[in-house]
Design a protein around this ligand. Sequence first.
Ligand code: NAD
Length: 482
Amino acid sequence: MSELTTLQHFIGGTWVEPASGEYFESTNPATLQTNYRAARGNPADVDRAVTAARLAFEDPRWRNLSQTRRGHLLRRLGELIAENAEELARMETRDNGKLLREMRGQLATLPEYFHYYAGLADKIHGDFIPTSDRQVLNYTAREPLGVVGAITPWNSPLTLTSSKLAPALCAGNTVVIKPSEYTSATVLRLAELALEAGFPPGAVNVVTGFGAEAGQALVDHRDLAKISFTGSTATGSRIAAATASRFIGSTLELGGKSPNIVFDDANVPNAAMGVVAGIFAAAGQTCIAGSRVFAHRSVHDELVERVTERAKAIRIGDPMDERTELGPLAFAEQRDKVAGYVDLGREEGARVLTGGNPTDGGLGGWFYEPTVLVDVHNDMRVVREEIFGPVLAVMPFDTEEDAVRLANDTEYGLAAGVWTQNLARAHRMAARLDAGTVWVNTYRAMSPMSPRQGFKASGVGVEHGTESIKEYTRLKSVWINT
Ligand code: NAD
């Protein structure tokens, strides 16, 4: 598929032309070369995909497949991803500009997502419930939901799609995926690999296209049992309203404005490295970006100096080059949005210590310099709103109480970092921070085994871990009078 320049939908195990006959172009953000043309999905395409998924769900070959066998298929899919890792990594780098180095790292762990759920597949079951009447048997059954719609963003399409696909299939559902219009290629390839792994045609379908068209049609489809969405809080809010009114479930992984808190007892060089990785990985285009830093006043200047020095040294350029440390932003509007926020910050009184300019990265692409802002405070929009770019805002604090108050003063609650060598303080902070993930003396650690949940406007529901199986099953209580 990597040789193709025209990508069709993947429905019912085959490539399907868009009903409208229309395609849209996808551009490499580093070079501005056209990568491929992808099918422009509309409601007719979505209907075809959901129908294929429903038929596959009802087909006894899937419905009656043993859970052990489902696990085997997931394991095989993980193996196929490992075998095709380099191709997938290069494809995604061309699509969204993420460093090939970062992609190789992601691909090294991606099979684990499928292997983890392969191990869980035969451990999904209900319970025996004791009743007061010995004549009556009460048990529960944990059933799959049906057709799950998965809508994913462009910043990490393979990983974020796998976080939905693996547990959904593990629990016995079938899936229709609508990837971001900016990154169709790797998700289509993933669906193709699922078929190769032995999942029946229709178990995994992909309709490419735009959010307002294909995405909305998927959300609105009457045969859908659930939507699992990762993307912006604004879109998530619309999806939450649409699914709630139809009483179908939704799992929502949304935006963030995560704090990194550096205490006076921290190992400051380590903290500086963590802060830099927290914000500049993937050019800041990660939901968990540590975009706000609160540094104790006594270490503030040292931390700022270290972070700024490192930011200045970051090598911007070709994401395919192993030596490159910062790639492009994924598309033109994204670059313009980042530039707009930094300009706004300047107008609001922020001081730019380094960065603050768009650049073409020497390749003609949509790059933006790693940027460090100081003289900022919690009322500024650059501190409150998700920029989704390589822009860090650093602020001082005086007491632990201040740090908690400032860090929690946000509509988001996705993640937080704490840098301290005081174990008691680490526990206190972990308990008091309003964030679904708290890292202490590290940042970005993640595993398919560890549950991930956004608090507040960062989401609803859990991804990863055994908890996520509940998101893709329903519980039935059965009473039998013996
Ligand atoms: P987005 O909300 O614009 O788009 C996400 C997906 O939703 C895309 O596939 C898009 O086509 C689709 N979509 C858009 N409008 C739709 C509609 N009306 N109905 C149905 N689908 C629609 O988000 P994005 O710009 O692609 O992604 C960036 C956002 O994702 C950031 O806010 C980031 O924080 C968030 N994100 C969150 C996590 C997490 O785990 N919490 C992970 C990665 C990214």
